[in-house]
Design a protein around this ligand. Sequence first.
Ligand code: ADP
Ligand code: C5P
Length: 242
Amino acid sequence: NGVEPSSLQETTSASADIQRQPFVIGVAGGAASGKTSVCDMIIQQLHDQRVVLVNQDSFYHSLTEEELARVHEYNFDHPDAFDIDHLLSCMEKLRQGQAVDIPKYDFKTYKSTVSRRVNPSDVILLEGILLFHDPRVRGLMNMKIFVDTDADVRLARRIKRDTSQNDRDIGTVLDQYSKFVKPAFDDFILPTKKYADIIIPRGGDNHVAIDLIVQHICTKLGQHDLCKIYPNLYVIQSTFQI
Ligand code: ADP
Ligand code: C5P
C-alpha cells in the first residue's frame, strides 16, 4: 500500500515507546482541600497497577538560617518557594523509566533532610497546590484534576492539621492564613483551575468522581487491565463500542 517497511517499523516502535510512557495525573487545589486523600483513593482502586505518588511539598526549598530566624515572614504559598527545576528533572527520569530519589521535606524543621527511592511506574500521581502554575510541569500531565473544596473547610482542616501534626499554635496558623495562604490561593492557585480537565467538588468525599477517574485511567492503560479491575465493566464497554 505504498508504505516502506522501514517506515512501518519506525511507526510501530514509536507507538510502543508512547505506550511505555507512564500515565501522569496532576492533582492540584488549595492547601488541605483533600488532594492527598483523592490520590490515596485512586491508588487504592488501582490496586494491581504500578502507581506512585509524588508530592510537590517534597520540592520545597530548605530554609537558610536567616530565613528560619524570620520564618513567619516566609511565603510558603508563593511559586518561588518550590524548586521546580528539581521536580522537573525527577519527573523526566521517571518518565524515562529510571528510579529517582525524591527529597523528604520536614514541616517542623523547614528543611529536606532525607530522600526516598521512587521506582518508575505505569501511573504517576503528582499532587500539590501549585502544580498547574508552571507550563513545563503542566506539559508533563496526561490528566489534570483540580480538587475544589470550600475555603472554610480548608481552613478548618488546616488548623486541625497544623496544631496537631506540626506543633503550631492557632494564632500562628491564622496569621499565616490571612497574610499568605488566602492571598496566594486567590492570586496563584485559583487562576490555574482553568487548566483542569476535571474539577472535583468535595475532594475525597466525591466517590462518583473518583470512580469515573479510575475508569478513565484503566481505559488508557488498556482493556486487559480494565477487565482485571472492573470485571463487570466489560459489558458496559462493549455496549458503548457497538
Ligand atoms: P491536601 O493534600 O490537599 O493538603 P489532605 O488530603 O492531606 O489535603 O487533607 C487535609 C486534612 O483534611 C487531612 O488531615 C485529612 O485527614 C483531612 N481530610 C481530607 N479529606 C477529608 C474529608 N473528606 N473529611 C474529613 N477530613 C478530611
Ligand atoms: O499539603 P498541602 O498542599 O496542604 O501543603 C501546602 C501548604 O503547606 C501551603 O499552604 C503552605 O503554607 C504550607 N506549609 C507550611 N509550612 C511549611 C511548608 C508548607 O505551613 N514549612
